[in-house]
Ligand binder design. Structure first.
Ligand code: AMP
Ligand code: ZN
Length: 136
C-alpha cells in the first residue's frame, strides 16, 4: 500500500531494527516505545486492522508474538509483557496497517493498562451479553 509506513518497512524502503522475519510476518522495534524494547509484529501483506486481517494471519502474528516475548522480556530485563492490538482510532490506532504490540513492563512503572468500569445494572449487562451473542 502506497504511503503506508509499515509497507515501506516491509519493502525495505524505510529502515527498522528488525527482530524477526519470515514469509508472512516481520517484527521490529517501535520507534516511539512505551518502554525501550517495545516491539511490533506486522503482517507483510497490508491489512488495516483485526477486522480485515484473515484468521490465519492473525494466528501467525500471535505465534510470532509468542516466540518473541521471552526474548523481549529477557533482553529488556522487564518484569512483564503486555500484548496488545489497537483497532480503529477510538482504540488508539495510529498506523493503519495491522500490528500487535509487545510491550515490556516493569514493577511500579506507573503505567495503568486499563481503567475499570461497571455495567449500569444487571439489565444492562444482560442486554450487552445478548447483543454480542446475537452477532456471533
Ligand atoms: P498504533 O497506535 O497501535 O497504531 O501504534 C503504532 C505504533 O507504530 C506506534 O507505537 C509508533 O511509535 C510506531 N511507529 C510509527 N512509525 C514507526 C516506524 N517508522 N518504525 C517503527 N515504529 C513506528
Ligand atoms: Zn501497509
Amino acid at each position: 500500500m502506497k504511503d503506508c509506513i509499515f509497507c515501506k518497512i516491509v519493502k525495505g524502503d524505510v529502515a527498522a531494527y528488525k527482530l524477526y522475519e519470515d514469509d508472512d510476518i516481520i517484527s521490529f522495534l517501535d520507534i516511539f516505545p512505551i518502554h525501550p524494547g517495545h516491539a511490533l509484529v506486522v503482517p507483510k501483506k497490508h491489512s488495516v486492522d483485526i477486522f480485515d486481517t484473515d484468521e490465519e494471519t492473525m494466528g501467525k502474528m500471535m505465534k510470532v508474538a509468542k516466540k518473541l516475548s521471552p526474548s523481549v522480556m529477557k533482553g529488556t530485563k522487564a518484569n512483564g509483557i503486555n500484548i496488545g492490538m489497537n483497532n480503529r482510532a477510538a482504540a488508539g490506532q495510529e498506523v493503519l496497517h495491522a500490528h500487535v504490540h509487545i510491550i515490556p513492563r516493569y514493577d511500579d512503572d506507573g503505567l495503568k493498562a486499563w481503567s475499570k468500569n461497571l455495567f449500569k445494572d444487571d439489565k444492562h449487562k444482560k442486554e450487552l451479553y445478548e447483543a454480542i451473542k446475537k452477532e456471533l
